[in-house]
Design a protein around this ligand. Structure first.
Ligand code: ZN
Length: 243
């Protein structure tokens, strides 16, 4: 019983510690955003979902926002960086940027849905691709905010983006599914490499280029041939994109 009591009080202490570090990180991130010219105001709450299987997401509710972060993100050293990224989504929504206009995104998905019936994994891939574009526009802000901050040094930015680039294609017995997944990896790679160019982050040792080259050499030339199109598109998406 004694040990059970200890672990309960320890858990309580830990959750209080987590609360405190979330409170501090929220304050730091809001201040950094403001200092860089992206004032999002005070209506942003941060809550922890201990079981969330990915880093975090943002829920708009009227004029308020709730940022949900995973238990793993707290104490990972990445919490402030994650909050700045999520708050950049908040800024894009508050300023009504086309990339974060729900109606436009819905229309894009509807247009696809009417031509073909998509399976669940295919819908997820389309959703991820649209999310990539939103993240790209959020990161245009967050990289400006984080650049030269103690939170993310420039070599960390390099490693962060290099780590997004995958060199292994999908290989299952389902050729259609592999085609979709490889097209998805190809566009994710294009986004990482495009972001390096957008933020002038150096690809030290050419690691991202090499990994992507190796990936492209292993997939269907029809899909691989589209890489340059997506890299150019994502690299040159304009800040003042209209609806
Ligand atoms: Zn995001």
């Amino acid at each position: 019983m004694a040990s059970a009591k200890t672990s309960t009080s320890q858990r309580l202490e830990n959750s209080e510690g987590a609360e405190e570090s979330v409170r501090k990180a929220r304050k730091t991130a809001i201040e950094m955003m403001k200092k860089a010219g992206f004032d999002i105001g005070p209506n942003v709450e941060v809550v922890v979902d201990p079981k969330l299987p990915f880093m975090g997401y943002t829920m708009p509710q009227g004029g308020n926002f709730t940022i949900v972060v995973s238990g793993g993100a707290v104490g990972s050293g990445l919490l402030e960086g994650l909050l700045v990224h999520e708050m950049s989504h908040v800024y894009r929504i508050q300023t009504n940027h086309s990339s974060h206009n729900g109606q436009i995104l819905e229309e894009a998905i509807d247009n696809l849905g009417k031509k073909v019936v998509l399976r669940d994994y295919q819908q997820k891939i389309i959703h991820d691709l649209l999310n990539d574009i939103q993240d790209l526009y959020a990161d245009d802000i967050s990289f400006k905010v984080l650049r030269n901050s103690p939170i993310m040094a420039s070599d960390q930015m390099t490693r962060f983006l290099q780590d997004w680039v995958k060199d292994e294609p999908a290989k299952s017995r389902d050729a259609v599914m592999d085609g979709w997944i490889n097209a998805s990896i190809m566009t994710h790679n294009a986004r990482a490499i495009a972001q390096m160019a957008r933020h002038r982050v150096e690809d030290t040792g050419g690691r991202a280029e090499q990994a992507n080259k190796s990936f492209l050499s292993q997939i269907s030339p029809r899909v691989a041939g589209r890489f340059e199109y997506f890299r150019n598109l994502l690299q040159n998406l304009r800040e003042d994109m209209t609806a």
